[in-house]
Write a new protein. Sequence first.
Length: 360
Amino acid sequence: MTERPLRCATVVLAALVLVLAGLGQATAGNPVAKHRWGVYTGGSEFSWAPYQQAEGKKKKLLGRIALAPKAKWFGHWIPNRDIAGKVEEFVANATGGQPDVLVQMTLFRMVPWEQEACQRVPTRREQRSYQDWYDRLAGALGDTHALVVLQPDGPFAACAPHGSKVPSRLISYSARKLSALPHTSVYIDAGAADWPAGPDGVRQVLDFLVPDGIRYARGFALNGTHYSSTSDEVARGAAIARALAERGITGKHFVVNTSGNGQPFEFGEYDGRDPLNARTCRTRHDPHTCVALGIPPTTHVADKRWGLPHETRQLAARYADAYVWYGRPWLYRQNSPFVMDRALDLGRTWDHRLDTRMTR
């Protein structure tokens, strides 16, 4: 059985307001702007139980995270035999059984990945398991309307030993498999504006993004585990889209993670030991490098209300499909577990102007 999506009329109203924030002033052809965005409230959403149990001001602060439409993570910790059931439960909960509601997923299945991916390639058994996992997931997703971010920290595909393309071929397999579904929009992770860095950064992105199967996908995703500004990410995204077009891969769009860039900084400039667990801002004008919630999930990418420069809004209107929350700065090292103090800081320091716009 699936859990009831929401528990009372006030929560239903609050969640509906946030879901409507994801509706588009869509440019023609933007598939993720044509549907309401669902909010998953099941047991594996780390912020949901703390929100339910909270009261008063604490509940209001936690609600800024818990009630926002976010991308639910699925990965190698879910066995192949269980993945179809997990996806079915997620879809039923996030859509409330309404077929026109869009769900958001982040898929993190590659083994090995991150630093280990630089040391060895997947074995034949791991390759077969990867493909089987995606076959089962695709079967469960079916005709659901979905926004999928594929393989966060995408640049690690480029560091496979001896230039191996095995990780890229696997990502390409899943991009092709999921993109063949009737209502799934796939965005392959392409790093961030500050990763790969330098004047050669865009070329480095194409070196792994093209073998990763970008030709099958709707586009690519940026800033999943970094904190770069939305303006920098939009500029990087437009540069990548143009570079792809020069190679004959046209019409690609992107999404930007804005869950942790309310007070943006470059990953390598963090004044602390662990940028993956960068400290949360203590005030809205904290002078230190720190993490704050950014633009809420939305397809209103060129809206003046976000305070973005005119050039950024022009580029976003042309190339960006959405600002999404697939990063999770309220978790320890953006992974697990849920950290109450981080979540409360994020809720407390969120720019009230963004908060107001999210409820319109």
